[in-house]
Design a protein around this ligand. Structure first.
Ligand code: NAD
Ligand code: MG
Length: 382
């Protein structure tokens, strides 16, 4: 088992569940990072005693320094701090659980430092997939998927023979809180309604992404990169109960699925302990309590982000970064009460349709496209 973890985004939903896993197996922690929640970060530092703590927000980092001056933990801030935590010598595996493509530079830094990554930060792979996968290949680094669907696929793929035998990936989707609603019925939905996910408890951004189904669109692109598949061979199936976390179909039409309770600590733990399995903090599945499992086609007319993401990936170059950047801003504007729920999808579609194709060869190609997409959304709502 790995000895020491660096956890980027330790105060978030994935971060805190990663620390549950670390606690259960007495794993050591080299670094913990947060955006600004220094209250929770301080608790985590006192429990796990990492050498390094990072607070993205500089003022909050200064406050944390004072709070923990009785400890040996060194406090850093900003992107410099994140890059430091992402590349520490005394760390076997980086858990990347920050939200948003702000995780791109730290991901590339971890890869260049030849650190394997337990990878939750899907926006980074959507925006900079070519760069990240190229760098990982060059440096012999593995991204172990944390996202439950991608972990499910990765687990099923353990049964894949060496010759090419995978026919398609079947990504399951819960459908979110608005499954079955028509486009018109979603005109006036509130932030509170969109944050009310039926099966999963997650950070705010991904919960809204689940309601728009942008999350599934991002996951199509994430799966395309991680498993080297065309989006045409990635099928989305709505499975309301979130018991099957995804499936793969082989050329002989045999289908493998991975099942479990909807609890991220299973995929997080597998990403950390691969290829080994240990007891987890999650309960076992009680089949006597599952009365049925249902499956539906997604409603592409209502949830426009799904096709927008497929289209973005097919257009290629920087367009997925554009889709992601537009969504990051639109998602936040909706949460802040500045735009309606349906405007999120409209803005993402409009960005994907209107941006000119550009190659995505360098980090600055991606960063520029991301910035332009963000500006585009702000200009559209003016
Ligand atoms: P969250 O909002 O709960 O936590 C995000 C973490 O990132 C926090 O620790 C926060 O302090 C940190 N952070 C936020 N903005 C930052 C910035 N600008 N700079 C540095 N750090 C920053 O989010 P989450 O739900 O834990 O999701 C994290 C990632 O995992 C996302 O990419 C999400 O899509 C993915 N994911 C989450 C789940 C889930 O169940 N929560 C499931 C699958 C995938
Ligand atoms: Mg997922």
């Amino acid at each position: 088992m790995v000895n020491k973890l660096s956890v980027l985004g330790s105060t978030g939903s994935i971060g805190t569940q990663t620390l549950d896993v670390a606690r259960k197996h007495n794993m050591k922690i080299s670094a913990l990072t947060a955006h600004s929640n220094i209250e929770l970060l301080e608790e985590q530092i006192r429990e796990f005693k990492p050498a390094v703590a990072v607070v993205y927000d500089e003022n909050r980092a200064q406050e944390l320094k004072l709070k923990i001056k009785d400890l040996d933990t060194k406090v850093y801030c900003g992107m410099y701090g994140l890059l430091h935590a992402a590349t520490l010598d005394d760390c076997d595996l980086v858990v990347n659980a920050v939200v948003g493509m702000v995780g791109l530079k730290p991901t590339l830094a971890s890869i260049e430092a030849k650190k394997n990554i337990a990878f939750a930060n899907k926006e980074t792979l959507v925006a900079g997939g070519a760069l990240v996968m190229d760098a990982a290949k060059k440096n012999g680094v593995t991204l172990f998927p944390v996202d439950s669907e991608h972990s499910a696929i990765f687990q099923c793929l353990q049964a894949c023979p060496p010759e090419k035998s995978l026919k398609k990936i079947i990504l399951t989707a819960s459908g979110g809180p608005f499954f079955g609603k028509t486009y018109d019925e979603l005109k006036d939905v509130t932030v509170a309604q969109a944050l009310n996910h039926p099966n999963w408890s997650m950070g705010a951004k991904i919960t809204i992404d689940s309601a728009t189904m942008m999350n599934k669109g991002l996951e199509i692109i994430e799966a395309a990169w991680l498993f080297d598949m065309s989006p045409d061979d990635i099928e989305v199936v709505v499975h309301r109960e979130s018991i099957i976390h995804s499936m793969i179909e082989f050329v002989d039409n045999s289908v493998l699925a991975q099942l479990g309770l909807p609890d991220m600590r299973i995929p997080i733990q597998y990403a950390i302990t691969y290829p080994h399995r240990y007891e987890s903090p999650v309960q076992s599945l009680d089949f006597s309590k599952i009365s049925s499992m249902t499956f539906y086609h997604p409603d592409y007319d209502t949830f426009k982000c799904l096709d927008a993401c497929k289209k973005a990936f097919k257009r290629g170059g920087v367009i997925p970064a554009v889709a992601n950047g537009a969504n990051e801003v639109a998602n936040k504007l909706f949460r802040d009460g500045k735009i309606s729920f349906l405007e999120i999808g409209e803005l993402v579609c409009s960005a994907v349709d209107n941006f000119e194709y550009k190659e995505s060869k360098t980090l600055s190609d991606v960063l520029e496209a991301d910035k332009a997409a963000r500006e585009y959304v702000y200009n559209c709502i003016k």
